[in-house]
Design a protein around this ligand. Structure first.
Ligand SMILES: [Zn+2]
Length: 131
């Protein structure tokens, strides 16, 4: 993918945004931004959320791991999403164990918020000339 993007992106008009469909994993986004991709869309964040894989700055959290059963902290302490503001890992762990549909919504809210924050960070770094 990166070889192909390295070839194709320089051929695209510089005055138009470059969109890449279907890329949503964090390492690929990092590579693609460096190659000149401006926007993405992918089901990756919500698909991971539905499977109990939650994104954090320290790496992914598998909410079904038993370590979360009695963890009364949010998914990520400094996250400002609704899920982290209102619910603990233990509660979300319970919802996943019970196959309660709210679990998938709360996990998706967190992962989408994480992605928006990540893209804001990339935007800031691009505007500051750091990328
Ligand atoms: Zn959150």
């Amino acid at each position: 993918m990166t070889d192909m993007l390295s070839y194709v992106v320089p051929l695209l008009p510089e005055t138009k945004p470059n969109h890449l469909l279907g890329i949503g994993d964090l390492p690929s986004i990092d590579q693609c931004i460096a190659l000149g991709i401006d926007t993405f869309d992918s089901s990756h964040p919500t698909r991971c959320a539905r499977h109990g894989l939650l994104f954090t700055k320290q790496g992914n959290v598998k909410i079904l791991n038993s370590a979360n059963k009695y963890c009364f902290e949010p998914i990520e302490c400094d996250c400002t999403c609704l899920t982290c503001q209102k619910y603990t890992r233990a509660y979300i762990h319970h919802l996943f164990k019970a196959k309660e549909i709210t679990a998938y919504s709360l996990a998706s809210i967190h992962n989408l918020h994480f992605m928006v924050s990540l893209m804001q960070s990339y935007r800031h770094n691009i505007l500051e000339g750091q990328i």
